[in-house]
Ligand binder design. Structure first.
Ligand code: ACM
Length: 527
């Protein structure tokens, strides 16, 4: 593959005068101990695609050499990749940097390097002579995947992690609970998955009156599934950030344990949207969730733990004796402050345990908890306010980051919702709000795209909505410097061949394939 189809674009790239390096049955890889993870990964991936054994070589006898050198001045997660007459050398600032160098090295090969078994004859594995120096612009390069609305089987989550790693993203935010499903086994409260992990049927589309499919939907990850997902991601330098959404978006938990709720017993949600049933604010409910988070912290080493906090209607609290008593006893002004009090409780809980609370920007309402990091989704205002107040933020405003939004204004987009968000729009979006000063902008940890799955009922549908917009996002969050879509487009076209070799059912740039449409299923587009 020519070096000019790399995605995301490296910071510095020059092509060399040498022939490049042919990978052959005698090619050996060597790595110092800190770079071993990338070596194992490279051997497994390239070995499968090429059929080459790529055995361990030692020192100078190896043609591919991987090492970590924090003194090389490459910066966090940075690397240098040189292919010359000596062979290929990857030096990373840290193990993540070596891994990203290895990812780039794979992109220098033909797209068949992304297959799981050799599909081409021998003799065509040649790395071009290059010199690349590269490092990411942001430390938080994320994707939120909603596995609550539609469950994604573990196998597909692992595949998704590989696709994030290919794009040099480093955060997988897993939305594990919502009104319509609870997706992680909690030993102490088995009904969360026995009852909460499935619903009788699902709303189809967003039309009115709502239509339902009459078909049960469910699934959950066991504790060992989670351990496997977290470890698999860690090998690829991806942190899995768990989200348990409280105090709204909690109907699946309330269906399992009605004592958590404010009203009559309810079933697991079947309909999309914002639901009035929310958690009550009793001591018992706080204790229940502390116990849930105890298990979540044991499973997820992530420093950041997301407690949601979005879209919590206050209707039930306004007429609830417990909620009103709590407001009086705690000297709170109103229900917004009650939500803030609830979130602060878990902020203190997480801080005591050396973790950081992450929440959607509604956690600003009623006062931000002292340790909170804010995900700015309802535009950039929340992010600006939080950064100005000295809090860290992750930018993911709907109009540039919501991959459930329709990809064009064409009539054949499946279940069109939201505003139009094209690949070019995602590419052009600037993660740091223009109104922040340089000092304030330091609080922008980075950005993420959000994949809400109400209208993605299978991994195939997720592929369609996520790719290639995620490829464009990867460059916006990795590469510094100007972005020009006309320059990106030919590289993206080259990159799509990699996705094809991997079997990713992306949206073709010209529009959906016939089977990617959903004729007759209404969406709810906005202009
Ligand atoms: C959200 O989209 N409710 C965070």
């Amino acid at each position: 593959m020519p070096a000019d189809s790399l995605v995301p674009r490296p910071a510095e790239l020059s092509t060399g005068a040498y022939d490049g390096l042919a990978l052959t049955p005698s090619t050996r890889i060597d790595a110092d101990s800190a770079a071993r993870g990338a070596e194992v990964w490279l051997r497994a991936e390239l070995g499968a695609a090429t059929g080459l054994p790529l055995p361990r070589g030692d020192g100078q006898s190896a043609q591919l050499r991987l090492s970590v050198d924090p003194a090389a001045g490459l910066g966090a997660e940075g690397y240098r990749l040189i292919v010359d007459a000596e062979g290929a050398l990857i030096v990373g600032h840290d193990p993540a940097g070596v891994f990203y160098g290895a990812q780039t090295l794979r992109q220098l090969l033909p797209p068949t390097a992304y297959r799981r078994a050799p599909a081409a004859g021998p003799g065509q594995w040649r790395l071009p002579s290059v010199r690349i120096t590269d490092r990411p612009r942001f430390g938080w390069r994320g994707c939120m995947l909603d596995v609550a609305r539609h469950f994604m089987p573990k196998h597909d989550v692992l595949r998704f992690i590989d696709l994030l790693a290919l794009h040099k993203l480093n955060v997988l935010h897993l939305h594990l609970s919502d009104d319509q499903g609870w997706r992680v086994e909690i030993e102490r409260y088995p009904r969360l998955t026995e009852v909460g992990a499935w619903r009788e049927e699902s709303q189809v589309g967003a039309g009115l009156p709502p239509a339902f499919d009459g078909r049960p939907h469910g699934g959950y990850y066991t504790r060992d599934d989670i351990r496997e997902i977290v470890a698999y991601a860690a090998q690829r330098h991806i942190t899995v950030v768990p989200e348990i959404d409280i105090p709204g978006h909690s109907q699946a938990a309330i269906a399992a344990y009605p004592e958590l709720g404010e009203g009559e017993p309810v079933g697991v949600g079947r309909q999309w949207g914002i639901i009035d049933n929310v958690l009550n604010v009793t001591d018992a409910t706080l204790e229940f969730y502390r116990n849930v988070f105890d298990e979540i912290l044991e499973l997820f080493p992530s420093r950041y733990v997301c407690v949601g906090g979005d879209e919590c209607p206050k209707k039930q609290w306004r007429v609830s004796d417990t909620a009103q008593r709590r407001i009086r006893e705690e000297g709170l002004a109103d229900e917004d402050e009650l939500q803030s009090w609830f979130v602060r409780h878990f902020d203190a809980y997480l801080t005591e345990r050396g973790r950081r609370l992450l929440g959607w920007d509604e956690i600003l309402e009623g006062g931000l908890a002292p340790g909170a990091t804010v995900m700015s989704w309802r535009g950039t205002e929340g992010g600006v306010a939080a950064a100005r107040a000295g809090h860290d933020v992750v930018m993911c405003p709907t109009d540039t980051s919501y991959l459930d939004y329709r990809q064009s204004d064409g009539a054949d987009e499946p279940i069109p919702v939201g505003t139009v968000l094209t690949t070019a729009d995602v590419y052009a979006a600037e993660p740091v709000p223009a109104e922040l000063s340089e000092q304030e902008a330091r609080h922008v940890l980075g950005a993420q795209v959000n994949v809400w799955t109400e209208h993605m009922d299978s991994p195939r549908a997720v592929d369609y909505m996520v790719f290639p917009r995620l490829s464009a996002f990867a460059e916006a969050v990795w590469s510094a410097g100007p972005r020009d879509y006309a320059e990106f487009l030919p590289r993206l076209e080259g990159h799509l061949l990699r996705l094809e070799a991997l079997g990713v059912e992306y949206r073709p740039l010209s529009g959906p394939r016939p089977w990617q449409r959903r004729p007759g299923v209404a969406g709810r587009p906005r202009s």
